[in-house]
Design a protein around this ligand. Structure first.
Ligand code: NAP
Length: 294
């Protein structure tokens, strides 16, 4: 997968994910330096050929590129804030999960220390790292990403989203919003059907078909959002709102939780009250774009 097996890389943070990252670099032939607060977590990697740096500073110095994979951003600052750790001229890629403000602040901090900085988000579980299935998002200056792309390719499907350091975190949570919304919708339907003796396994293929079908609508609906024009080509929001009322009534009638459908209908009702009842569903972006639900 990579064309520069000789390029060395450092991985700091050898938890479940960090160990997989370091393992993938080693497997791709990169000389790999590692450091972890609990040193024993490096043992297997060292047995596989990694170099155990005695200190964090030695770890950073060992390679032009350092990957950070820690619990959170405060842990990164706790580790690297000390002035005696030389960051000048190095590149840090922080794959620790956090929010966009933390990412942007970390970029400014790294710049003050003379380091190049990319933020990142791992959309994968440890066992998939090193395969195309592992999607790893990066944001920050593109030249810094491109300079290390041959090394990063060892981790999976790596993508650069843009110069704004906050983008990787934002895409990360946007993906989670999508994942939980699909799962919650499926659970709502499953809870209702179970009251009629239909088990989850029976309903799952039907739900999958619906989810796949709805996913096809996204590019067209995205065009409506980007153009700010929501002609009702398929159905009007007020028609959808009547169906939402049925979903609430049916949920209540069969004795399952109706909180989620009520929330969805409340948003639609506000959009209708604002005069958008004759427009198409994605007009709800205006409700989603507000900080508060009122
Ligand atoms: P983990 O197994 O709990 O590992 C956490 C790592 O952070 C350990 O190396 C730990 O060191 C280190 N650490 C925490 N606080 C520290 C501090 N103050 N100083 C020095 N080191 C510190 O977590 P993980 O699953 O590897 O996840 C790491 C990051 O990847 C997280 O941000 C997580 O959200 C993200 N991620 C994980 C997954 C996943 O499936 N695991 C998927 C996507 C993203 P010790 O070993 O000494 O405790």
């Amino acid at each position: 997968m990579n064309n520069h097996p000789e390029t060395s890389v450092t991985v700091i943070g050898l938890g479940l994910m960090g160990r997989s990252l370091a393992g993938a670099f080693l497997a791709a032939g990169h000389p790999t330096a590692v450091w972890n607060r609990t040193a024993s977590k490096a043992d297997q990697l060292v047995a596989a050929g990694a170099w155990r740096a005695p200190t964090v500073g030695d770890a950073v110095k060992a390679s032009p590129l350092t990957i950070l994979c820690l619990t959170d951003y405060p842990a990164m600052h706790e580790l690297l804030d000390a002035d005696d750790i030389e960051l000048d001229g190095t590149t840090l890629i922080n794959l620790t999960s956090g929010d966009s403000a933390q990412a942007r602040e970390a970029a400014r901090w790294a710049e003050r220390r003379g380091a190049r900085y990319l933020d990142g988000a791992i959309m994968a579980i440890p066992s998939t790292i090193g395969t195309a299935e592992a999607v790893i998002l990066h944001s920050g200056p593109r030249p810094d990403f491109e300079a290390h792309r041959p090394t990063l390719d060892a981790l999976g499907t790596v993508t650069h989203l843009g110069a704004d350091h906050g983008l990787a975190s934002l895409y990360d949570v946007a993906g989670l919003a999508m994942m939980w919304s699909v799962l919650n919708a499926w659970l709502q339907g499953t809870a209702m059907l179970r009251t009629a003796g239909v088990d989850a396994t029976t309903y799952a293929p039907f739900a999958q078909q619906i989810a796949t079908g709805v996913a096809q609508w996204l590019p067209g609906y995205a065009e409506q959002i980007d153009s700010g024009s929501f002609p009702a080509e398929v159905s009007a929001l007020e028609t959808d709102a009547r169906a939402m009322a049925h979903l609430i009534e049916e949920s209540e009638a069969v004795g399952v939780n109706a909180e989620l459908p009520r929330l969805i209908k409340a948003m639609a009702d506000r959009a209708i009250a604002a005069g958008h009842g004759g427009e198409q569903y994605p007009v709800l972006i205006e409700e989603f774009g507000k900080p508060r639900g009122d």
